[in-house]
Design a protein around this ligand. Structure first.
Ligand SMILES: *[C@@H]1O[C@H](CO)[C@@H](O)[C@H](O)[C@H]1NC(C)=O
Ligand SMILES: *[C@@H]1O[C@H](CO)[C@@H](O)[C@H](O)[C@H]1NC(C)=O
Ligand SMILES: *[C@@H]1O[C@H](CO)[C@@H](O)[C@H](O)[C@H]1NC(C)=O
Ligand SMILES: *[C@@H]1O[C@H](CO)[C@@H](O)[C@H](O)[C@H]1NC(C)=O
Ligand SMILES: *[C@@H]1O[C@H](CO)[C@@H](O)[C@H](O)[C@H]1NC(C)=O
Ligand SMILES: *[C@@H]1O[C@H](CO)[C@@H](O)[C@H](O)[C@H]1NC(C)=O
Ligand SMILES: *[C@@H]1O[C@H](CO)[C@@H](O)[C@H](O)[C@H]1NC(C)=O
Ligand SMILES: *[C@@H]1O[C@H](CO)[C@@H](O)[C@H](O)[C@H]1NC(C)=O
Ligand SMILES: *[C@@H]1O[C@H](CO)[C@@H](O)[C@H](O)[C@H]1NC(C)=O
Ligand SMILES: *[C@@H]1O[C@H](CO)[C@@H](O)[C@H](O)[C@H]1NC(C)=O
Ligand SMILES: *[C@@H]1O[C@H](CO)[C@@H](O)[C@H](O)[C@H]1NC(C)=O
Ligand SMILES: CC(=O)N[C@H]1CO[C@H](CO)[C@@H](O)[C@@H]1O
Ligand SMILES: [Ca+2]
Ligand SMILES: [Ca+2]
Length: 622
């Protein structure tokens, strides 16, 4: 009896050590490792046959999204809007566009999502409203307090008496001769619009406007949303004195002003305060910012103010179909180096503003890119349809509806229109891909929907969809949520390697062939301690020779194929000096753990043996 008690206490003691080790894993907020699925509401599912996606359509696919393994849905704007700029022209921030449904449908969507453990975040557009917004109607009539809600200015007249806008600022949607100013007959003044003339910029120097925006946040927070994506942050403020830009169109006085950062800090503090006062869960906040790395990093916050993480668009801006392994390694390392201490980051493979990954970087590379974007530390964002590797559909001039294209000419629009990446989701091979019962849809569906669709990919063993699902499930493992990472290159820069590891856990090695021919990869040259065979956990859909186990010395990867391998028995830190592997210490790991390497695998061994002993000795008494 005594000896049994001793064993029992010994085991308890070991279990305690083990659990206190687990407690050393930094506690993370749910959103730090979220896998976010971006839904373009017009394009996901039409529930009523009008050829336009809607909220009920999204609700009907929540089971699909849960099964896919994502944990957050981000909806592009669903607010009241004349839809001149795809809903980014909002005429009422606190109501739903009837095209998409109503507030009841929205509440149902949030409820149904939460039932499935899915979070919902919304797009907030603080830079501008639609000219149909009540605020603008009243502002254009000069009615207080709305008179200063927008950026109004007097212009001048030239010698012939023609009106001249207040300065040389240009619009991104360059019609009207490129000027960002439009004359308003009623008010007899010019108003500023960075984007389309139907999208007047809000005057964020006006306290009332800031209060209105806080009320917008509050409205949706009270409807249980789980966070926000803040749109077009670079363009929030303009020069107060409306000075001419020295270099027309380069944005000296119309983008990247320091006030943008301060406003984002204010949004953060407002939302944090709301969460605290209302005893709510923490919110996912993310800012769409373009600019220098210093500007981007400033959005994380400073010594006194917490900020909102900026989107990391490196996969979109810096990875091409010709990128070598060394290039990708540099791109990733560069970003990690710039991150503030302990800051979490995010990876965006594609979105509604850019060509789809399959068209931009190559259909055959999509799975390998998902392996990287989903298995790197931090959040990952997936644009709808990327899980089946949808391709851009070329739009004819008479088909394009994106203003960015429409304001150009028949000869140039194709370089600007973002419609090719906004086509209906391809669910099955029925009419309009199962997206709608209508044969005509808001944008034409890609004709390849007959073969490339969710139903078909579910049935194939090796498909983009099934690869994606395995990755989405795998990234929930603590090696990926909390582990360290390391990059390496092999085979003359044609093979990219990402290693993820965490004490007391198996090590995972992602091997991506970026080249156009078969590569034979020998991982032993990089990780000499890799003795045993490796388990193939995930294979890209184009991989051949996929067996359960594989020798680390002889991995055959066909063109653009990629694998996630699991090494069961190697210690978690295996790199020897003299290789090209580099390790960066990510924010998640406490430094104590890094020094506990040797003893911990020992501990693991003792625990497993002791547990066996305990069960054996206790069993007669149970
Ligand atoms: C715009 O041009 C001015 C004058 O040439 C230059 O000083 C400034 O750095 C440029 N700004 C940007 C954002 O390119
Ligand atoms: C942090 O940012 C806020 C808002 O821009 C500013 O008022 C404050 O001075 C900054 N603090 C530091 C330490 O830079
Ligand atoms: C939530 O908190 C804010 C202040 O942070 C308060 O104005 C609001 O009334 C609260 N809402 C609820 C539902 O308690
Ligand atoms: C906050 O909510 C939690 C869980 O819902 C509850 O246990 C706790 O008592 C609440 N705290 C306050 C201050 O309302
Ligand atoms: C990259 O894309 C271009 C244009 O589509 C194509 O011509 C080229 O062959 C591609 N290169 C690789 C390495 O895939
Ligand atoms: C990073 O996180 C660790 C563990 O939570 C903490 O001890 C350390 O102070 C943090 N460092 C910074 C710069 O915030
Ligand atoms: C668009 O133009 C093409 C020819 O360029 C024509 O075949 C097609 O019918 C037109 N579609 C619409 C909707 O007008
Ligand atoms: C479109 O963009 C490409 C690459 O940036 C450029 O070479 C081409 O001239 C552009 N075409 C038009 C019509 O603007
Ligand atoms: C395709 O999807 C639509 C909408 O979910 C459904 O009505 C239709 O029956 C499906 N067709 C097939 C062949 O599964
Ligand atoms: C793999 O590399 C190791 C270490 O460089 C070497 O000893 C071994 O022979 C190589 N294996 C093959 C199959 O080339
Ligand atoms: C590292 O890579 C460079 C070129 O990419 C190569 O010349 C060098 O031999 C490699 N070093 C090791 C130790 O593999
Ligand atoms: C970076 C950027 O310009 N993003 C968005 C800004 O707002 C316009 C107009 O609403 C959107 O079309 C852009 O996508
Ligand atoms: Ca509809
Ligand atoms: Ca602005």
């Amino acid at each position: 009896m005594d000896s049994l008690r001793r064993v029992f206490l010994f085991v308890l003691g070991l279990l305690f050590v083990k659990s206190s080790y687990l407690e050393q894993l930094v506690k993370k907020e749910w959103w730090e490792t979220a896998l976010v699925y971006q839904i373009w509401p017009r394009g996901f599912q039409d529930s009523d046959g009008d050829g336009e996606g809607d909220l009920k359509g999204i609700i009907s696919h929540l089971d699909y999204l849960q099964d896919l393994g994502i944990n957050t849905i981000w909806l592009n704007p669903i607010y009241s809007s004349p839809l001149i700029d795809s809903g980014y022209d909002i005429s009422n921030y606190i109501d739903i566009n009837p095209l998409f449904g109503n507030l009841q449908h929205f509440d149902e969507l949030v409820n149904e999502a939460h039932k499935r453990d899915l979070k919902v975040i919304l797009d907030i557009v603080p830079n501008h409203s639609s000219d149909q917004h009540q605020w603008f109607r009243l502002s254009s009539k000069n009615i207080p307090p709305y008179n200063n809600y927008y950026i109004w200015a007097d212009g001048s007249r030239d010698g012939k008496g023609n009106r001249i806008p207040p300065n040389n600022w240009v619009s991104t949607y360059s019609d009207e001769g490129g000027s960002a100013w439009t004359w308003h007959d009623t008010r007899e003044q010019w108003y500023y619009h960075k984007f389309h003339k139907s999208q007047p910029d809000l005057n964020l120097r006006n306290e009332n406007v800031l209060q209105e925006l806080q009320n917008v946040f509050k409205f949706w927070l009270m409807r249980n949303v789980d966070g926000f994506r803040i749109n077009a942050v670079s363009y929030l403020y303009e020069d107060e004195h409306l000075r001419d830009e020295p270099n027309v169109g380069n944005g000296t006085y119309t983008s990247g002003l320091p006030e943008n950062t301060a406003l984002v800090y204010m949004f953060r503090s407002y939302i944090n305060e709301w969460v605290e006062t209302n005893n709510s869960t923490s919110k996912l906040l993310i800012a769409e910012v373009y600019g220098s790395d210093n500007v981007l990093i400033s959005f994380y916050g400073n010594d006194t103010h917490e900020g909102i993480p900026p989107f990391n668009f490196r996969f979109i801006t810096s990875v091409r179909n010709t990128s070598t392994a060394a290039h990708i390694k540099n791109v990733l390392e560069d970003w990690f180096e710039k991150l503030p201490n302990n800051a979490s980051t995010n990876w965006v493979l594609s979105n509604h503003d850019h060509s789809r990954a399959a068209s931009r970087i190559g259909l055959n590379r999509v799975d390998g890119l998902h392996m990287l974007s989903l298995l790197l530390p931090g959040q990952a964002f997936t644009y709808y349809g990327e899980e089946i590797a949808m391709l851009d559909r070329k739009m004819l001039w008479n088909e394009t509806i994106d203003q960015m294209g429409c304001v150009k000419t028949k000869d140039t629009y194709a370089n600007y229109s973002r419609d090719p990446a906004r086509t209906p989701m391809q669910w099955n091979s029925s009419t309009s891909g199962g997206f709608s019962t209508s044969k005509t849809t808001y944008l034409p569906i890609h004709p390849n929907y007959l073969q490339r669709n969710v139903e078909a990919q579910k049935k194939e063993i090796q498909s983009n969809l099934n690869t994606y699902k395995l990755l989405a499930a795998l990234r929930r493992n603590e090696v990926f949520t909390h582990g360290d990472y390391e990059f390496a290159t092999l085979n003359n820069d044609r093979i990219f390697i990402l290693k993820r590891f965490l004490e007391n856990n198996p090590t995972y090695i992602v091997v991506v062939n970026l080249g156009l021919r078969e590569e034979k990869v020998n991982l032993t040259s990089l990780y000499p301690n890799l003795k045993d065979s490796l388990q193939i956990i995930v294979a890209s859909s184009n991989a051949v020779h996929v067996t359960e186990m594989i020798s680390p010395q002889n991995i055959l990867l066909t063109a653009n194929a990629a694998l996630v391998l699991k090494a069961k028995e190697i210690p978690w830190s295996t790199t020897t000096s003299g290789t090209n592997a580099t390790t960066a210490s990510p924010p998640a790991i406490t430094t104590e753990k890094n020094s506990a390497t040797a003893s911990s695998s020992m501990l693991q061994l003792i625990i497993s043996t002791s547990v066996v002993v305990m069960l054996f000795e206790l069993s007669p008494f149970v």
